[in-house]
Design a protein around this ligand. Structure first.
Ligand code: ADP
Length: 575
């Protein structure tokens, strides 16, 4: 029902309740097809005429413009001329109703349905993604005749919620498939008590818009809530769509496994495996194309896209068009229009923590959104996921490489990688056989950033010495990770220490060690390289040679010699 008409009904509610005889009016409305016999029956059970009138108005408030017009016409037919007169001014134009073809135009009908169901409005700055929107609508049309699930999946901040809200903003779709309304429920990460509260409030909302007089007590348990909801959806809201935004856990989904029409957004593609019914899915590729990204920046900064500074393009490229990141930066630029360079630099230096939220986004910052995704992995897989820092930017690798790294069977590795892919933590290129896997740049940066803290810890603890597995890993990869995290100073002092030379070559063999020195030679002193190239072959020998002794043969003015002397002195003083 259009807002004007609804407000008119509410304003004159008392006059109407006093005067009308509902039974006559309802006959007309039934023959107009805007009211069912069941609905009439329910109203007739009310004890007094006035109660019945109130119930009829209540019902009318939930109906569409056609019902309002039919009600108006029946007032005229029953000669309530003065009452009809009151309603006439706000009579919805039937033309805009009939004008279905105005595809996604936000008609007031659509607005009303969506805002009643709590569907979020478009963000202030918004760019269209027509192809994706159409794909979601296409899947929703599958729910026209039968209940089922549509999963919209993709990584954090890829725009799933915005896209979903946009897809249902469509007159034809609502009328054809979901005339019972569209009800939005924001879920997020929650435990059982929180879930119960959410379900209670949904039941409350649904019941309230039915009949404000007879509210039942809230359901006490999840099972009760599920049954209440099943009843409401089946009896009171047939042919309606329930949107569950941001689902993490299949137990949540099971509470909604009530044979109705559901769209869910999630990072985890495989959630609907655990529920019954028809299932459809749409993947949201993470990035906007460059022009759309630029359009967002232009809208925030109130500039023309072609007038944007050159940093704009770099910003979009740097985050691979992530809608979330582009919007976050756009919002920051709106307040600080001369900081293009600064924010680009922050993005390049992965200073995510400083790119704070300014929208209504759930997470304080991008890194929290990423961290949340990783947190829900089972412990052992979380550790494996962190190892993916060894992937290079823009390089795709087959499962076999990781099976070497993780020392697991290739099949097992494939299963684990599939889990990551399903949770939008990893991408797969399935055009190749075998499949190739890769990380989104932002994910890689995030991982490196996270590892940095851990690395610093490892570094502070001194070079690892024992041969247990965790240590082996770090001995093997510490230098690599440090270089990658730009910890040059720390890397420098690590590799510039005889302790490290002796530990790593004893445990991993000199080849690995020498490789490190070649790899990171640029940041190191040549002296160590020379020392190793002269003595590398001896490091292979067993019993292991005394590194300090070897080093003492180096030129006396070299750092290698200086360290060796210090250690030798140490030895003599401690005996
Ligand atoms: P998801 O649900 O995938 O985590 P959202 O839909 O919440 O992502 O989008 C995250 C943020 O990205 C939004 O708050 C908004 O600022 C921005 N965004 C997403 N889609 C668009 C779009 N089409 N136009 C403009 N901004 C968008």
């Amino acid at each position: 029902l259009e807002e004007r008409a609804r407000s008119c009904l509410l304003r004159f509610r008392h006059r109407l309740e006093q005067d009308i005889k509902p039974s006559y009016l309802m006959d007309h409305m039934i023959s107009d097809g805007v009211m069912t016999v069941d609905e009439e029956e329910k109203i007739r059970t009310k004890p007094t005429r006035k109660d019945q009138s109130a119930a009829l108005l209540e019902l009318l408030l939930m109906k569409d413009n056609r019902a309002y017009i039919s009600f108006y016409n029946s007032l005229i037919k029953e000669s309530y001329d003065d009452l009809a007169h009151l309603l006439r001014e706000d009579l919805p134009s039937i033309f805009c109703e009939a004008h279905k073809s105005s595809s996604d135009s936000a008609t007031s009908y659509v607005q009303t349905v969506l805002s009643e169901g709590g569907v979020p409005q478009r963000p202030v700055v918004f760019v269209s993604r027509p192809e994706l929107v159409n794909r979601v609508r296409e899947k929703l049309y599958w729910l026209q005749k039968d209940p089922g699930w549509v999963t919209v999946f993709g990584m954090a901040g890829s725009g799933k919620s915005v896209l979903t809200a946009e897809a249902v903003r469509h007159h034809g779709l609502i009328e054809d498939c979901f005339p019972g309304g569209i009800h939005w429920l924001a879920i997020g990460q929650l435990d059982k008590p929180d879930l119960l509260v959410k379900m209670q409030s949904l039941c409350f909302r649904l019941e309230q818009s039915l009949d404000s007089q007879t509210l039942s007590r809230p359901p006490n348990s999840l099972d009760e809530a599920k049954e209440r909801l099943r009843f409401l959806m089946l009896r009171r809201y047939p042919r309606s769509l329930l949107i569950l935004d941001d689902i993490w856990d299949s137990t949540v989904l099971k509470a909604f496994d009530i044979h109705c029409r559901i769209l869910l957004t999630t990072r985890n593609r495989s959630l609907t495996d655990s529920v019954s019914g028809a299932k459809y899915e749409v993947g949201v590729q993470s990035g906007l194309d460059e022009n759309k990204g630029l359009e967002i920046l232009a809208l925030y900064t109130k500039m023309k896209p072609h007038g944007l500074p050159e940093e704009a393009r770099s910003i979009v490229r740097e985050c691979k068009g992530s809608p979330l990141v582009v919007s976050l930066i756009g919002a920051l630029l709106k307040d600080n229009p001369n900081r293009w360079c600064y924010y680009l630099r922050q993005l390049q230096q992965k200073q995510f923590k400083r790119i704070r939220k300014s929208s209504s986004y759930d997470y304080d910052a991008l890194d929290q959104a990423m961290a949340a995704s990783i947190e829900v992995l089972p412990d052992e897989h979380r550790e494996l996921y962190k190892d993916l820092t060894v992937l290079e930017k823009d390089i795709k690798i087959p499962a076999k490489v990781l099976s070497v790294l993780w020392d697991l069977e290739p099949e097992e590795v494939e299963d684990i990688l599939q889990e990551f892919v399903d949770k939008s933590l990893l991408f797969v290129d399935s055009h190749h056989k075998p499949y190739l896997y890769y990380l989104h740049d932002l994910q890689l940066d995030f991982l490196v950033e996270q590892n940095r803290t851990q690395l610093e810890q490892h570094y502070r603890d001194g070079p690892p010495t024992s041969g247990d597995e965790e240590c082996l890993y770090w001995i093997r990869f510490l230098t690599y990770h440090m270089a990658k995290a730009n910890l040059s100073q720390e890397l420098y002092s690590l590799m510039f220490s005889l302790d490290w030379v002796s530990t790593k070559s004893q445990i991993m063999g000199p080849a690995h060690l020498i490789n490190d020195y070649v790899e990171y030679g640029s940041i190191l002193d040549k002296e160590f390289q020379e020392f190793l190239s002269q003595n590398g072959h001896q490091l292979e020998e067993r019993p292991f040679p005394d590194v300090v002794q070897l080093a003492l043969s180096q030129p006396h003015n070299s750092e290698v010699y200086r360290q060796a002397r210090l250690q030798a002195q140490d030895r003599t003083s401690t005996g």
